[in-house]
Design a protein around this ligand. Structure first.
Ligand code: SAH
Ligand code: SF4
Ligand code: F3S
Length: 440
């Protein structure tokens, strides 16, 4: 029997694509192999969002060359966001021509056919499609990473063209799945043991299906599904978030009290050049609304530092908005020019040393706020959906609160008993990125 291994980079969308790929391979009789170097087929599902993602990929790819030499039957397949860029496919063909199969984000379902063609004809397969209007999710049978929680695509692609971002080029135009199909899928998942779903879209707030259902309609419909405990979603865009959606935090009891609301910058000038279509005032008004509907909502964000033209004053506005919002957590990135995006051609790129210096200041501020926010959980009892054994120690489990706080806790229960269960945990210690406690 043939063994497969998948290496996944990037966002939850790639993670979910990998789950779908695993589903297709297992239907073909492949079995999962944990060690990539012992597999007969390795799939590299790539990300291109920042330059270091590119570099890492080519580094890892190079390491498989030897394997291919020693075992002519070994197959390597590259997919995901990188091959959606012609220059990357050219580079693969030039420097890594031994790669057996390359396909993109828009034709994942083609993998079985490509594998067969590769085996039958002996020819390398290259199949990249842009803007496939018929991406179908419904025939997919993913092998989920977790038994108790699932990733569910609600939209594909992105139409926003933030000037720094490669995603609209790698994932094509935005398409919303039918609400009825999404609800059916989640009902099936719940019947299969799923307690938490994460609804996925590059901009969930612009969800609109052909029957006119909005994202708020979708949340309300999913909230009705019996047996489901938690609903999460990712990612919100401040320009499209609606009052009706915000109200859901008050009316839908399954909707987790947590939102990831990327701000990217606190400077209106920078936001404009990023093509984000909101300003800092609008952003802060959204945060106020969220907190008035749901006072204990946790808020996380993404920030880019060193965007072209960012002055010290612009950067200080980013620090200022962070202090005003007081984020529970933040992903901070140094701007990385992406070939083919408008911002890569802007002339006022910021030198590396200034980017790093600003990055460090921002991280220090954000981490300090996260720590302060976490302190208030000391001695509290929280509900934790247990995901698995903690990375740090064997007799400790880890999971997430409703507000997405990572909790490591001790319990007398066995792994089989506790994983996928919601347990009550008393918090004994609070850290910047986690809460530590014991089951009560
Ligand atoms: N659709 C989501 C996430 C897109 S990618 C959204 O709109 O928020 C995740 C994050 O990567 C972005 O929020 C942004 O902060 C960061 N990012 C995207 N392109 C980048 C680039 N060229 N350089 C640095 N960070 C980038
Ligand atoms: Fe990229 Fe902007 Fe689309 Fe997010 S909304 S994926 S940052 S273009
Ligand atoms: Fe990366 Fe593509 Fe996701 S570029 S962040 S894997 S959409």
């Amino acid at each position: 029997m043939s063994k497969y291994h998948i290496i996944t980079y990037g966002c939850q969308m790639n993670e979910h694509d990998s789950e779908n790929i695993a589903g297709m391979l297992e239907a073909l009789g492949y079995i999962y192999e944990e060690d990539p170097y012992r597999a007969d087929l390795v799939i590299m599902n790539t990300c291109s969002v920042r330059e270091n993602a590119d570099k890492r990929f080519f580094g890892v790819l190079g390491q498989f060359k030897k394997l291919k030499k020693n075992n002519p039957d070994f197959m390597l397949c590259v997919c995901g966001c990188m091959p959606q860029q012609p220059r990357i496919v050219e580079e693969i063909n030039k420097r890594f021509s031994w790669v057996d199969i390359v396909f993109g984000t828009q034709n994942i379902a083609k993998l079985p056919e490509l594998l067969e063609l590769r085996k039958k004809t002996g020819k390398k397969q290259r199949a990249i499609v842009d803007n496939n209007p018929d991406i179908t999710e419904d025939e997919m049978h993913p092998v989920r990473m977790h038994h108790h929680k699932a990733l569910v695509n609600i939209t594909f692609g992105c139409n926003n063209f933030c000037t720094y971002c490669i995603v609209p080029y790698t994932r094509g135009r935005e398409k919303s799945r039918m609400m009825s199909e999404i609800v059916c899928e989640i009902e099936r998942l719940v019947a299969d043991g799923v307690r938490e779903v994460m609804l996925l879209g590059q901009n969930v707030d612009s969800y609109k299906d052909v029957q006119g259902n909005s994202f708020a309609d979708l949340i309300k419909a999913v909230n009705e599904i019996k047996g489901l405990d938690r609903i999460r979603f990712m990612t919100s865009h401040p320009k499209d978030i609606s009052d009706e959606m915000i109200e859901c935090f008050g009316s839908c009891e399954k909707l987790c009290k947590n939102i990831h609301l990327p701000v990217q910058s606190g400077s209106d000038q920078v936001l404009k050049r990023m093509n984000r279509h909101y300003d800092s005032e609008t952003y802060l008004a959204i945060v106020d609304k969220l907190r008035s509907v749901c006072p204990d909502i946790t808020i996380s964000t993404d920030v880019i530092v060193g965007f072209p033209g960012e002055s010290e004053e612009d950067f200080e506005k980013t620090l200022e908005i962070a202090r005003k919002v007081r984020y529970d957590s933040a992903f901070t990135f140094i701007y990385s020019p992406r070939e083919g995006t408008p911002a890569a051609k802007f002339e006022d790129q910021i030198p590396d040393d200034i980017c790093h210096e600003r990055f460090n200041r921002l991280v220090e501020l954000m981490d300090g706020i996260s720590l302060e926010k976490n302190i208030k959980y000391k001695d509290e009892i929280v509900d934790v959906l247990t995901d698995g054994v903690s990375k740090t120690s064997d007799n400790t489990y880890s999971g997430r609160t409703d507000g997405f706080k990572l909790v490591n806790f001790t319990s007398d229960k066995s792994e089989d008993e506790i994983i996928g269960q919601i347990v009550r945990v008393k918090i004994d210690e609070t850290k910047t990125f986690s809460l530590e406690g014991h089951e009560v």
